[in-house]
Write a new protein. Structure first.
Length: 259
């Protein structure tokens, strides 16, 4: 099953994607829901970020090659983690498939896309076992962790580098039953393949993270866990960024300059 969230008469609504058609749903994937009679061509629907999480979790340095890449650029703090490292991102940065990534006027240096698979939590989890963590994942979507490197180096926190408005495209939808362990993640800029890696070659998988997180922090339905990237793609205004995770879909966004 494929769940989407879309704009309908000025409001967000959930739907089920079937054969290039969106079947509008009364309710949500996190509770009771009923299919309505409304059916819309997918090509005519404005897709939103598939969830608006209560907490936006993000893995840090979860692929060995990415760590080596960071160290090669002078980030000597980048080390292979001994346990899952969890960070947070801001909901204001979330946009959906097809929305524009807006570069702030005063951004300097490299800005890069980081292609990531994203776990969407489907049930309340606290002190989850591995089996409970696995069962607690509703499905999977795709994220683009846009990062401004000069700000990342200059600020003690990542408040600008990772959390500017529009810096976290996510979508296009949630696929229930996908298996990222067997997937390939690919990033293209203006149609040219820039990054490609085996999605499942993480240092810690989603289950590891959920077990670690829920020992201390409750995860709620609709929360998301971004699981890191194994490569980056420089982007600039005028570019179109496409991130594909096989078995899930393609997230596409244009990059524009702030007016």
């Amino acid at each position: 099953m494929i769940w989407c969230r879309f704009q309908s008469n000025g409001h967000a609504r959930y739907g089920i994607v079937e054969d290039e058609v969106v079947v509008a749903v009364d309710g949500s994937p996190f509770g009771e829901h009923v299919r309505s009679d409304q059916r819309l061509p997918l090509s005519e629907v404005r897709l939103l970020a598939p969830v608006q999480p209560s907490t936006f979790f993000a893995a840090g340095f979860n692929y060995a090659a990415h760590i080596e890449h960071a160290r090669g650029r002078g980030n000597l703090e980048a080390q292979l983690p001994e346990n899952p490292q969890v960070g947070y991102r801001a909901n204001n940065a979330l946009i959906g498939h097809g929305a524009d990534i807006v570069m702030p006027r005063d951004v300097t240096g490299r800005v890069e896309a980081e292609p990531e698979v994203v776990a969407v939590i489907g049930s309340r989890l606290r002190n989850a076992s591995r089996d409970e963590a696995r069962a607690g994942i509703l499905g999977w979507t795709i994220g683009n962790d846009v990062s401004a490197r000069a700000w990342q180096a200059a600020d003690r926190t990542l408040w600008r580098a990772k959390n500017c408005d529009t810096f976290k495209p996510m979508g296009p939808w949630i696929v229930v039953g996908a298996d990222p362990a067997d997937a390939t993640t690919t990033a293209r800029v203006n149609g040219r393949k820039v990054v490609s890696f085996a999605t499942g070659e993480m240092i810690f998988d989603a289950i590891d993270f959920i077990v670690a997180i829920t020992r201390y922090v409750t995860m709620e339905p609709g929360d998301v866990l971004w699981l890191g990237a194994d490569g980056t793609a420089p982007i600039a205004p005028g570019d179109t960024v496409e991130i594909n995770v096989s078995g899930i879909g393609t997230l596409r966004n244009r990059v524009v300059a702030e007016p």
